[in-house]
Design a protein. Structure first.
Length: 134
């Protein structure tokens, strides 16, 4: 007996988008985030920052069909303090890099879906604490 799997159009587009994303640089971005996260986790002080980099790495592998949302359980003063430390320690450069790539990709019509992903990562990487991937 044969079973046919039917996928909705949006699921098929998400799968296709994720495959193209991985082939066109998403794999490298995700691996670099994981490498930076591992380096940050070598120190006890850097563990919270390394965990945020792991979050970006996970999102960088499969961005289509997922998004960053505010975590209602972690939106307290600890997240605010860690976000301020994130900016003061220079991690805001991640947001600028993704913003640059998004602007470059917006030049072509084909690059607009990938530019949207870079814009999402740029916004989330400006203040990453208190956000989760859904």
């Amino acid at each position: 007996m044969l079973y046919y799997v039917t996928l909705s159009k949006s699921v098929c587009m998400n799968i296709l988008g994720n495959i193209l994303w991985l082939l066109l640089g998403g794999l490298e971005i995700g691996l670099l985030y994981y490498l930076a996260g591992l380096l940050m986790c070598c120190t006890i002080v850097g563990i919270p920052f390394g965990l945020q980099l792991f979050k970006f790495g996970t999102y960088s592998f499969w961005p289509f069909g997922h998004r960053f949302v505010d975590d209602s359980g972690q939106s307290g003063c600890v997240s605010t303090v860690l976000n301020i430390l994130w900016i003061l320690l220079g991690w805001w450069e991640i947001a600028l890099c993704h913003l640059f790539f998004a602007v470059v990709l917006c030049i072509t019509i084909v690059g607009i879906p990938f530019a949207k992903i870079h814009f999402r990562i740029a916004v989330a990487s400006a203040f990453p604490f208190g956000k989760i991937i859904k």
